[in-house]
Design a protein around this ligand. Structure first.
Ligand code: EPU
Length: 284
């Protein structure tokens, strides 16, 4: 197993945070070993704000069998209208997976286009857009908890908007996808549609949306819209700024600290009259 001290800022899309020991298990025995002392599990690092001081705990990144994929159709579980894949590792990058699924003419993941996550992390937080979320395409998933691998049907979990219900330190090691046979062209067209919805999002270093969309008067409202209406775009603390393109993104202008990001979001929450919940994960 590879064990290396690394800057977590370099392993996250926002680019904030100190160092930790990074363990990369290749199989279940190694994963059990890695889980034998306090740990955090790192996926694509695309939704993460890490403390400037780094972490004392080890950080686990899935490798080996957990970063491989088998998209072949399971002949027993599949039908004409349903393609159930083999196992796809939680450590696989979601964008590449979406592209390979599209090339096979399979539909089901295109609503997730543009999300820079790994599969395990995307499942853990039920990542999505208004065009679809991760749980829409799950046939079953393997979760390792307390040294034991268990297979679950999605219905057994308490998943909802941006949450799988899976406890924080349980690890989504592998999933099988349920996809619909279509054509590469039709899937591509839907990918373009959902990608268009992201056109207004910043291209700079961000960790995606900072806040979950709150429910106001029984309806989900865009946190970005509320932040924009409150005139908070461009608000800055240190090198962290509310994006000019979309109010729910924090941009790292270069050298931002986790303190900058936290203080910026605190100021936004203080100025809005709606209770907001972080979509970001905070590691400290
Ligand atoms: N809007 C503004 N100003 C802003 C932001 C948004 O006027 O600063 C308006 C937009 O023009 C649009 C409406 O508000 O009319 C909704 O905005 P958007 O389409 O961007 O959707 P959202 O609810 O803000 C959600 C997801 C995004 C995802 C988009 C597109 C959450 C918290 N956010 O944003 O996901 O990319 O839909 O599907 O669910 C993420 O999860 O990290 C993320 C970025």
């Amino acid at each position: 197993m590879k064990i290396e001290r690394q800057s977590l800022g370099r392993l996250t899309t926002l680019g904030v945070g100190g160092e930790a020991e990074v363990w990369t298990p290749q199989n279940l025995p190694e994963l059990k070993g890695a889980m034998s002392a306090p740990y955090r599990i790192l996926g694509g690092g695309s939704n993460l704000v890490v403390s400037d001081a780094g972490l004392e705990q080890r950080v686990i990144r899935l490798g080996g069998i957990y970063a491989s994929e088998d998209l072949e159709r399971d002949p027993i579980l599949s039908s004409e209208a349903l393609h159930v894949t083999g196992w796809v590792g939680g450590g696989c990058a979601l964008p590449g997976l979406i592209r390979r699924v599209q090339k096979r003419g399979l539909s089901g993941l295109e609503g997730l286009v543009g999300i820079p996550a790994q599969v395990g992390g995307a499942v853990w937080m039920n990542a999505g857009t208004r065009y679809g979320e991760m749980f829409d395409a799950l046939y079953e998933l393997e979760v390792v908890a307390h040294g034991e691998a268990r297979i679950h049907a999605p219905e057994e979990l308490n998943y909802k908007y941006r949450s799988s219900g899976i406890p924080r330190n349980d690890i989504v090691t592998r999933v099988r996808l349920k996809l619909t046979p279509s054509t590469p062209e039709a899937v591509e067209a839907r990918m373009v549609d959902s990608d268009t919805a992201r056109k207004g999002q910043p291209k700079a270093r961000t960790a995606g949306c900072a806040f979950k969309n709150p429910t106001v008067g029984g309806q989900k409202v865009s946190a970005g819209l509320l932040i924009d209406r409150a005139g908070l775009k461009g608000l800055k603390v240190g090198k962290a700024m509310i994006a000019l393109e979309h109010g729910n993104f924090v941009v790292n202008l270069g050298g931002a600290t986790s303190q900058d990001v936290k203080e910026l979001l605190r100021q936004v929450e203080e100025k809005l009259e709606v209770a907001l919940e972080w979509e970001y994960e905070l590691w400290e």
